[in-house]
Design a protein around this ligand. Structure first.
Ligand SMILES: Cc1cc2nc3c(=O)[nH]c(=O)nc-3n(C[C@H](O)[C@H](O)[C@H](O)COP(=O)(O)OP(=O)(O)OC[C@H]3O[C@@H](n4cnc5c(N)ncnc54)[C@H](O)[C@@H]3O)c2cc1C
Length: 470
């Protein structure tokens, strides 16, 4: 490991940004003309438009359309350097960020630090559910899910056991927020429309799509009227919506839930289970909060100051899904506006403006939207509520506008147009690696753990064997 801290030559103010998601990307872009050097660190090589992951999972879009290379997105920015690596440590006393890329470790020294590392799926203390009900947070997740959905239909074609076929054709989505609703809607369209007539031994319309949530309505933040509207649309598509249903177990074969109304327990046998119910902020938040003597909430979000800074460390900013501030929602706009706000503060302060002159971060709520199916979406903008086709047109406009890159906007709009007119989907290719990678990686982690727990000489032998095979 190299211990020497890295900072760009020339001695300009050095801004280190962790995360090339919405917060990190918008902060980086808005610092383009500032008198600073920027190091943007991410463990992936892309900017991910998470709201459209479900469209990759269900074969409408390809991965590239929602995940452009971050180097290409920011290629015209001379004051910026992109680094691929997992941030494994932040030391706020020495002002160092440590990254790891496989066995290569590096330290970066910052003057200002922007932490926009997002959130992961939360299983509310039941992390073992993750093995059988993966969430959808990354391109890997979406491609793995696509492979599993397609695999379910392919296995249903060759099985001779009717009970097994029913299990294969049952899809359970846990969590009736926007992601769960959008995914359930698209699964239903896939089964009833895209795959209709494509199999010999069964009718894909027989697939059951079940949406579970512990809350009494779908899309709780959208309010009752829009929630009811979305539920009706889903039911029209053939989705079974089960509310007041708290999931108590997930295993390889089934999901078990308990009704919060009468405490009855129910088990649904299903091959494909998807978790979209809850988020946990990146552990980097707690790491810096502990050092600064700042609290985090139950979801690991940092209780930042009104200027998004961390306690007395006014040069460290936390953004987006990682913050708990005045009940701001964990949505793209919170991260985007936060990134733009922090970039402006830094740019002005390197020009000599005093920290004392900072104004509070003022979030502007631009509304929320979710598509239920082709031609149907629910949209809430302040007191204005829009549903159906007009809602879908609004959804289309906003997503075309916010996707990164002209090509991606064009190709996605073309795909949505084709998808509206034709039942076919053009991104249904799946690979064995996509299907098996999750399980394989879990096994590798298990072996690593066994090696770590084993007596030192056995661990050494195990490691030597693995290294030899590499
Ligand atoms: C499936 C899904 C659907 C959604 N739908 C909507 C929607 O319809 N509308 C809406 O407004 N919002 C939606 N959201 C929420 C929205 O995407 C997030 O609020 C937004 O992405 C938060 O931005 P961020 O910059 O805080 O984090 P992110 O965009 O998540 O970016 C975090 C970045 O940090 C990187 N990172 C994390 N940890 C490390 C580390 N240790 N080292 C290096 N890099 C790291 C990640 O690779 C990632 O690139 C959705 C989210 C999901 C998952």
């Amino acid at each position: 490991m190299s211990d020497a801290p890295i900072r760009p030559e020339g001695g300009r103010h050095h801004v280190v940004i962790i995360g090339s998601g919405f917060g990190g990307l918008f902060a980086a872009k808005d610092l383009k003309n500032a008198d600073v050097d920027i190091t943007l660190i991410d463990r992936t090589n892309h900017h991910l438009f998470q709201p459209l992951l479900y469209q990759v999972a269900t074969g409408i879009l390809s991965a590239g359309e929602i995940a452009p290379s971050i180097r290409q997105v920011l290629s015209g920015q001379d004051n910026l350097n992109v680094v691929k690596g997992e941030v494994v440590d932040i030391n706020i006393d020495t002002k160092r960020v440590t990254t790891q890329l496989d066995d290569i470790s590096r330290n970066y020294e910052y003057d200002s630090l922007i932490i926009a590392a997002g959130a992961s799926q939360s299983y509310f203390g039941n992390d073992h559910f993750a093995q059988h009900a993966p969430g959808m947070k990354s391109i890997d997740d979406a491609l793995g899910l696509r492979a599993r959905i397609v695999e379910a239909f392919e296995r249903a074609e060759i099985t001779e056991d009717p009970a097994e076929r029913e299990r294969l054709l049952t899809f359970v989505v846990v969590g009736a927020g926007p992601t769960g609703v959008e995914l359930a809607g698209q699964l239903a369209e896939m089964a009833h429309r895209t795959l209709a007539g494509e199999y010999t031994n069964f009718n894909p319309s027989a697939a059951k799509i079940i949406l579970l949530d512990g809350a009494p309505q779908v899309l709780p933040p959208f309010g009752k009227r829009l929630g009811r509207n979305a539920q009706r649309q889903l039911e029209k598509l053939g989705v079974t919506v089960k509310l007041n249903a708290l999931v108590t177990n997930v295993d390889e074969n089934a999901v078990t839930y308990k009704s919060t109304l009468d405490d009855s327990e129910h088990t649904i046998e299903a091959f494909c289970k998807i978790w979209s119910a809850g988020v946990q902020a990146s552990p980097l938040g707690k790491m810096v909060a502990d050092q600064a003597g700042v609290e985090v909430d139950r979801a690991g979000r940092v209780l930042v100051n009104n200027d998004l800074s961390l306690g007395e460390h006014r040069n460290i900013f936390v953004l987006g899904d990682m913050i708990a501030l005045k009940g701001l929602p964990g949505v793209a706009q919170t991260a985007i506006q936060g990134g733009e706000y922090v970039a402006e503060l830094i740019a002005e302060e390197v020009e000599g403006r005093s920290i004392e002159e900072r104004e509070d971060f003022d979030y502007f709520d631009k509304g929320s939207m979710a598509t239920v199916s082709r031609f149907s979406a629910v949209v809430k903008m302040g007191n204005v509520e829009v549903t159906g086709f007009i809602g879908w047109i609004l959804w289309l406009g906003v997503h075309v506008m916010f996707l990164v890159g002209f090509r991606n906007r064009l190709i996605s709009a073309l795909n949505w147009g084709l998808n509206a007119l034709s039942p076919k989907r053009y991104n249904l290719a799946t690979t064995r690696e996509q299907l098996l990678a999750r399980t394989a990686l879990a096994r590798v982690a298990e072996v690593d753990q066994i090696a770590a727990d084993a007596p030192i000489d056995i661990a050494r032998q195990l490691k030597a064997k693995v290294a030899k095979k590499k």
